[in-house]
Design a protein around this ligand. Structure first.
Ligand code: NAD
Length: 489
């Protein structure tokens, strides 16, 4: 198995019961920088899904009885192997998703390795709670057991990074898994299966079925052999998965969309706030659920902030992701059309487009004419009621608006249906902490963005999701806890 340099598309296979299995039907997968077909992925159906779930169920009695140390040893081997294959994985992630190779090398692939390492280490140090009741002559303590078979469904924006954030805790805590990566970006998940097999994970513990959400995904979430569903993706699909899980009384975690705000107070250090905010808006083409898509700037510094933001954004290099660029293409033609449609909406709502799409030229040489490229775009003069200020765009588009008071900005930031994260910039610690505690989001960054400790809970409020993930928090999802009360006197 190698990444083909020939003109023939790479053909990938499901991974079921420890074997790579050919499919009878395939879907085309496109290179976003050229629009050409570069891979073919199985169009799995309910029979493939059933096969994968059965293998996971058969492997569960054995895997669930292994010790944490035995499981950790294999997970650490997988982490090492991801690191050894950094270049190959980063190139594949870039070709499949559109992100710069350099970004995949410093963010996506190292984080995938870290996911395995962090959960391997933490599972070995996990302690359960106990409560002694001497007056009753009893001691209470808890034990945790793996849930069974976990269905892991992931999106296209950080393919290996996000899928491994599910695989690692699920396996570390003794579950078997069936993964369904996004049909748009399946290649690195397939490459991971080979690394996992070589690391000695027993057959059937991890299974991977590729294909569409409506066929393979739907079969997986409805399968009676699945005990828990972990989903990262859009709010609409999450809403549907939540209903299916509720109907079948299955455990579920939903990591969904966002409409994240940056807040820039008038005492912010702009030499740091401007570049970090640009990163937060446009890193990975703005295709990170945590990207900033609304920026509220205190009125006294609004003009200066806008000028600096626009000037530096215009300098960002957009182009083929194999080159030294800040942004590659968006992931698909459909997504590019969606992002552009929001810029059209903004114009209809009376906005001014300060830079980017339709303002600045982007000319790329062949063979990139048919790629899904767009320049980072900054919009202003929009009412908060505009769809551009309310809905998730999930691309390199940000809307800027001035504010006057602390109370006003808290109210406006919270005035969306999402609640994933925010970034707040300023110097006055009391004000920053007051604001941070009143924002209805799962994560607030103060004077930074995207700094992640995997030991901290991660997740969203409101329509951004249900549940928290992290080295101890993921155990809530992937294990069942039993309280044992022992009368000793
Ligand atoms: P999506 O919801 O369209 O698809 C996500 C996954 O769900 C894919 O694997 C897809 O095939 C599958 N799917 C679709 N319909 C399904 C169904 N009926 N049953 C089972 N599975 C189904 O999302 P996307 O377009 O791939 O990703 C972008 C979205 O993901 C954005 O909304 C973004 O904010 C969100 N996201 C959230 C986080 C987070 O941590 N909160 C992280 C990354 C991305």
């Amino acid at each position: 198995m190698s990444l083909s340099d020939t003109l023939k598309p790479l053909v990938i296979e499901n991974f079921i019961g420890g074997s790579f299995v050919k499919s009878s039907k395939y879907l085309d997968s496109f290179d976003p920088s050229t629009g050409e077909i570069w891979a073919q992925i199985p169009d799995s159906d309910p029979t493939d899904v059933d096969d994968a779930v059965q293998h996971a169920r058969n492997a569960f009695p054995m895997w669930s009885k292994t010790t944490a140390a035995e499981r950790a040893k294999i997970l650490i081997k997988i982490a090492d192997s991801i690191e050894e294959n950094l270049d190959k994985l980063a190139q594949a992630e870039s070709k499949d998703q559109g992100k710069p190779v350099s970004l995949a090398k410093r963010m996506d692939i190292p984080r995938a390795a870290l996911n395995f390492r962090a959960f391997a280490e933490s599972i070995c140090h996990h302690v359960n709670i106990s409560n002694n009741l001497p007056e009753m002559g009893c001691i209470n303590f808890t034990v945790r057991n793996p849930v069974g078979v976990a269905a892991l469904i992931s999106p296209w924006n950080l393919p290996l990074y996000l899928l491994t954030f599910k695989i690692a805790p699920a396996l570390a805590s003794g579950n078997c898994v069936v993964c369904k990566p996004s049909e748009i970006t399946s290649v690195t998940s397939w490459m991971l299966c080979k690394l996992i097999k070589d690391a000695g994970l027993p057959n059937g513990v991890l299974n991977m079925v590729f294909g569409t959400g409506s066929k393979a995904g739907e079969a997986l979430i409805n399968h009676q052999g699945v005990n828990v569903i972990s989903f990262t993706g859009s709010t609409n699909v999450g809403r549907h998965i939540g209903k299916v899980a509720a109907n079948n009384i299955k455990k579920v975690s939903l990591e969904l969309g966002g409409k994240n705000a940056g807040i820039i107070f008038d005492d912010a250090d702009l030499s740091k706030a401007v570049p970090a905010t640009i990163n937060s808006c446009f890193l990975n083409q703005g295709e990170i659920c945590l990207c900033t898509s609304r920026i509220f700037v205190q009125r006294a510094i609004f003009e200066e902030f806008v000028q600096r933001l626009v000037k530096e954004t215009k300098n960002l290099k957009v182009g083929p992701p194999t080159e030294d660029v800040f942004m590659g293409p968006l992931v698909s033609q459909v997504h590019l059309d969606k992002v552009r449609s929001y810029i059209d909406i903004a114009r209809k709502d009376g906005a001014r487009v300060l830079c980017g799409e339709s303002v600045d030229e982007l000319s790329l040489p062949a063979p990139y004419h048919k790629g899904y490229f767009i320049r980072p775009t900054i919009i202003t003069e929009l009412p908060d009621s505009s769809a551009c200020m309310q809905e998730e765009i999930f691309g390199p588009v940000v809307c800027l608006s001035p504010f006057d008071s602390e109370e006003e900005v808290i109210e406006r930031v919270n005035n969306v249906k999402y609640g994933l994260c925010s970034a707040v910039w300023g110097q006055k610690g009391d004000r920053l902490l007051r604001v941070a505690q009143q924002l209805h989001v799962g994560t607030v960054w103060i004077n930074c963005w995207l700094v992640r400790s995997l030991d901290m809970p991660f997740g969203g409020m409101k329509e951004s999701g249900i549940g928290r993930e992290g080295t101890s928090h993921s155990l809530e999802l992937y294990t069942e806890e039993t309280t044992i009360c022992y009368k000793y006197q």
